[in-house]
Write a protein that binds this ligand. Structure first.
Ligand code: SD4
Length: 343
């Protein structure tokens, strides 16, 4: 019986495809057939990360494995701002934050971690091998080494090294939380790489597997030239990531301080529990942030990306420009999210 049902789902997916067409001007999230695995992740780098996640999901693997392997691609890419080649803090050190959460509400997190290539995997070890949820700084590094993760040399990408040298010219000794010049996207605006690709300092990913179970991960180098010791929303369960296997999953990107103050991802998931669509839930929490920040909202970017239990994705941002990658069935694409401000 179970086998027969699985067969029917598979053939429906095979015949019709899973994701439907290109995104129209309305920025509609693509429809996904119920019962099929799906992975979504933030920004353009999500396309490559989703490929690795899809390798696992398409073979019936667990969403937890998919979201770890997926974001490891971004962490390892020297072409990206997420891992050890990313923008350093104001003292010149790259410090990394990451977390992971599974369908049983198990979760693990590391913050202010230095010289470790795959913080998301250390976060998973915290989840699986310790009685704790979060390890930070020297303690997190000590745990990583004890678990066999090698101590790497920090090697800034040419873009990060250049940006840091430029920042040093003025050396404004405060975290650049608000930056009006780049139209309100703050220090979290995507950077154009020399190869023409757009790049970002964070990836958040959520996935649903063939069993309908949800998991999520989030990994970042945080705000460029931040104060030493600054930790954003990304490694904080309920802020940068939240998974509830009954209600849905959500991840956040953008100015972490403003995600933390509304317990962003948790709030989005609770609204999905109450029946809101993923996009409507993301929009409500974006509106809450805008209300709190008042005029300052014009100068910050925050975006949420969510998936409900039916495998439907949705997203919303304060400003235009946020997009996410989706992979499901045989198709893959980038989707532009709607935003509070229209330009
Ligand atoms: C942080 N939320 O550290 C992260 C940064 C980010 O796109 O998402 N950038 O605040």
């Amino acid at each position: 019986m179970v086998h027969r049902r699985k067969f029917i789902q598979a053939s429906v997916g095979g015949t019709l495809g899973i994701i439907l067409g290109k995104i129209a001007a309305g920025n509609q999230a693509p429809a996904v057939l119920k019962g099929q695995p799906v992975v979504i992740s933030t920004w353009d780098a999500g396309m490559e990360a989703n490929k690795a996640a899809w390798e696992i999901l398409s073979k019936g693997g667990r969403a937890l494995d998919a979201v770890e392997k997926g974001v490891m691609v971004t962490e390892a890419s020297q072409n990206c701002c997420v891992g050890l080649g990313a923008n350093p803090d104001r003292d010149g050190f790259v410090t990394l934050d990451a977390c992971i959460m599974d369908e049983f509400s198990n979760c693990g997190s590391v913050a202010f971690l230095e010289r470790i290539k795959h913080p998301v995997s250390v976060a998973r070890r915290v989840m699986e091998k310790t009685p704790h949820v979060m390890l930070v700084g020297a303690g997190a590094q000590q745990f990583a080494l004890a678990e066999g993760f090698p101590l790497e040399e920090q090697k800034l990408s040419p873009e990060a090294a250049g940006a840091y040298q430029e920042w040093l010219l003025k050396s404004e000794y405060k975290p650049p939380l608000i930056n009006v010049e780049n139209k309100g996207h703050g220090p979290f605006a995507p950077a154009r790489l020399s190869n023409g690709e757009w790049n970002h300092d964070t990836i958040g990913m959520v996935a649903m597997d063939t069993k309908g179970n949800l998991s999520g991960s989030c990994t970042t180098s945080g705000a460029g030239f931040k104060m030493r010791g600054r930790v954003g929303d990304s490694p904080i369960i309920g802020a940068g990531l939240f998974v509830d296997n009954e209600a849905g999953a959500c991840t956040a990107t953008g100015q972490g301080e403003d995600v933390i103050r509304v317990a962003g991802s948790h709030s989005v998931v609770e609204l999905m529990r109450q029946g809101l669509s993923p996009e409507a839930a993301c929009k409500k929490i974006i509106e809450r942030i805008v209300k709190i920040k008042k005029e300052k909202a014009k100068n910050i970017q925050v975006a949420f990306l969510a998936l409900n239990k039916k495998g439907i994705p949705g997203a919303y941002a304060i400003h235009p420009g946020f997009r996410y990658a989706i992979r499901s069935g045989k198709k893959e694409m980038l989707v532009n999210a709607g935003s509070y401000f229209k330009e």
